[in-house]
Design a protein around this ligand. Structure first.
Ligand code: NI
Length: 168
């Protein structure tokens, strides 16, 4: 198992729409194991493949019930509203209160090829929506309101400029 460096805000890989997964091979199974390891090390409750530089529609999560991986996920329905202080492993140290639907119905495929159907609310629902965004190249900053976003961009612009080129 290996721990990946997590791609950070400013990395173009985080802005791409990830491609569907067509088949599960040994390399994909290893990727999932490594993503679990990387998520726990961070630590975080979810991690999407683009965050480790892999442009595939896959994310892993664990909100306390053990690790899970979902491939080619789709949100088929969402309901309600929930305000939550949301952060992102690709934008460490920052979080914002963001309103999103509370409940989502997520459909996807497990590593065993089984269809997955999950009704999730609160933290799990938020985690699913956040990781889905990563697969579409959308970052948390795009979910902020005008004021939050202005502040965020000021901090992040500074941060990106101060990163040594060798770190990329
Ligand atoms: Ni994130």
């Amino acid at each position: 198992m290996a721990i990946y460096p997590i791609r950070q805000f400013g990395d173009p890989v985080l802005r791409q729409r990830a491609r569907e997964i067509e088949d599960v091979d040994g390399a994909l199974v290893r990727l999932v194991e490594d993503m679990y390891e990387t998520m726990y090390e961070a630590p975080g409750v979810g991690l999407a493949a683009p965050q480790v530089g892999v442009e595939r529609r896959l994310f892993v999560y664990d909100i306390g019930d053990g690790p899970n991986a979902i491939m080619n996920p789709v949100i088929v329905e969402s309901r309600g509203e929930w305000s939550y202080d949301e952060g992102c492993l690709s934008i460490p140290g920052l979080s914002w209160n963001v309103v999103r639907p509370n409940e989502v119905h997520l459909r996807g495929i497990s590593l065993d090829g089984e269809e997955i159907d999950i009704e999730a609310d609160e933290l799990l629902g938020r985690c699913f929506q956040h990781e889905m965004d990563h697969l579409d190249g959308i970052l948390l900053v795009e979910r902020l309101d005008v004021e939050q976003r202005k502040e965020a961009m000021a901090i992040l612009r500074n941060r990106v400029l101060n990163v040594e080129p060798s770190v990329y």
